[in-house]
Design a protein around this ligand. Structure first.
Ligand code: ADP
Length: 253
């Protein structure tokens, strides 16, 4: 992947979606927020900066496509959701591991962001988990307007999320707020609600760090199934979709 030196850097609102650790629902949140923002009439694109574990091509149902290029700039891949996407997943074969050191990953990030985004006013950036090289490149080279941090309510995940928040704070990137994912599971058989990962931890953590709490997404099999199927739940009328739409509204204001 070449380094792109863009003559003019277009100013777009970049919103980073980060997490302290993997598997807490950062990609799921990114997809659903982007789709919900599109539903609110925003012109939004998706950058899958999870260089080592890209999942947006699956989530936005545009796997197996290659982005075209204009000059040295990549052209985002369109999809049925109206959220054009650039992802490392489009540039490597499915299942191929990306064994790059930090500088290469940083260059790949530049290429995904400094692309031919056309009319997109806003880019949701699905970050890799943790606090590594890609995060640093993102903060130094691309200055997001803010970051959304997602965590499960579990202590260990929250500890890592706190570190992710700290990194953005150090770089003086405003943290827009915290989202609690996988909170509360309603048994489909008896209707009883249980909390496999605990409850309320992310809201408490947000409060103690003095940042807004943006909302809570339940642990729900429909969310998992619709994500795997490439039909994100933000498009459906139910309460799960509403939970994502409510968070998107807070980002849009
Ligand atoms: P991350 O980007 O943090 O690694 P993902 O968004 O890929 O996490 O989510 C990890 C797995 O958990 C995926 O299979 C996803 O469908 C599932 N998942 C995420 N959020 C939920 C939820 N609220 N309810 C059920 N499954 C979820």
């Amino acid at each position: 992947v070449d380094v792109v030196m863009t003559a003019e850097k277009v100013q777009r609102r970049l919103i980073a979606v980060g997490s302290g650790k993997g598997g807490v629902g950062k990609s799921t949140l990114s997809t659903n927020l982007a789709i919900a923002l599109h539903g609110l009439g925003r012109k939004v694109g998706m950058v899958d900066a999870d260089i080592y574990g890209p999942s947006q091509p699956r989530l936005l149902r545009c796997e197996g496509q290659r982005p075209e290029a204009e000059g040295k700039q990549l052209i985002p891949v369109p999809n049925e959701y109206g959220v054009p996407l650039l992802s490392m997943g489009h540039l490597v074969e499915p299942g191929q591991a990306i064994a790059w050191r930090g500088p290469m990953a940083g260059k790949a990030l530049d290429q995904l962001i400094d692309a031919h985004w056309g009319g997109a006013e806003e880019l949701i950036v699905d970050m890799p988990p943790g606090t590594g090289d890609v995060q640093l490149s993102m903060m130094q080279n691309h200055k997001p307007v803010g970051a959304v941090i997602v965590s499960t309510p579990q202590d260990l995940a929250l500890m890592d999320a706190t570190r992710a928040v700290d990194l953005f704070n150090q770089a003086k990137i405003p943290v827009i707020g915290m989202v609690e994912n996988m909170a509360g599971y309603e048994c489909p058989h008896c209707g009883e609600v249980s909390d496999p990962f605990g409850a309320g931890g992310a809201e408490a953590a947000a409060k103690s760090m003095g940042m807004p709490f943006l909302g809570r997404i339940p642990l729900d099999i429909e969310i998992r199934k619709s994500s795997d199927g490439g039909t994100p739940v933000a498009l459906s009328d139910g309460p799960q979709g509403q939970a994502f739409r409510d968070i998107a509204k807070k980002l849009a204001t």
